[in-house]
Design a binder for this molecule. Structure first.
Ligand SMILES: [Zn+2]
Length: 80
């Protein structure tokens, strides 16, 4: 994993820790490349999606680019 990717992942984790609080409604969006394999039968991300965290009114709280493949477990770790 490249240094910048690691920094982006760290920024994404920090944004989630900062904004996601128990009992609050929020939305997380992943903007995949149209050619990403997440849209295939395998449903495994092979692109570098933008990650966007929004509150319940649709306001963007954080946007992180360049954090690498989407991993379904990344929303479990660090989110409380
Ligand atoms: Zn993808």
């Amino acid at each position: 994993m490249s240094q910048s990717k690691r920094q982006a992942r760290r920024a994404w984790a920090a944004a989630r820790r900062k904004h996601i609080k128990r009992g609050h409604v929020y939305h997380v969006q992943f903007h995949h490349d149209p050619a990403c394999a997440i849209y295939s039968q395998e449903r495994i991300c092979c692109c570098n999606p933008d990650r966007i965290l929004m509150d319940d009114r649709g306001r963007v709280l954080a946007r992180v680019q360049g954090a690498g493949f989407y991993d379904p477990l990344e929303l479990v770790e660090g989110a409380q």
